[in-house]
Design a protein around this ligand. Structure first.
Ligand SMILES: [Zn+2]
Length: 130
């Protein structure tokens, strides 16, 4: 009897801890989303400025290079934002933290390092080794 109660208390405490850990991850994702949106809006401004100058010196190789760099940066940010939004969506659906490929739980340490990870470590490694 005493053991049963003890276990019940322990497991509900564990659930609470899990929930607060997830809440922290969700807050980190929300903050990351904010940051990415801010950075994206800033790169948009840079691009518009470059476009204006581009009319005057279209053959400037440095200018072209800078624009390509901006574009790569923006694509990178957009990709990140997509991953972050996906992760937030999975929170809504209650599938956050589960591997997209095998359905197993992703190692909490991995999620802490990479909150928007969609694959467990072994699935990720399998994909990268291809
Ligand atoms: Zn997996």
């Amino acid at each position: 009897m005493g053991v049963t109660i003890g276990l019940a208390v322990a497991s509900s405490k564990e659930v609470d801890e899990m929930a607060s850990k997830r809440e922290k991850l969700r807050m980190r994702l929300e903050a990351e989303k904010e940051r990415l949106l801010t950075e994206l809006s800033q790169t948009n401004i840079v691009e518009r400025e470059n476009l204006g100058y581009g009319n005057h010196m279209a053959d400037d190789a440095t200018e072209v290079f800078e624009q390509a760099k901006d574009l790569a940066l923006r694509q990178n940010l957009e990709r990140l934002l997509e991953q972050v939004e996906d992760a937030l969506e999975r929170f809504e659906m209650g599938t956050y933290g589960l591997c997209e490929r095998c359905g197993k739980e992703i190692d909490p340490a991995r999620l802490k390092a990479l909150p928007y990870a969609t694959l467990c470590l072994s699935c990720q490694q399998r994909r990268e080794s291809r």
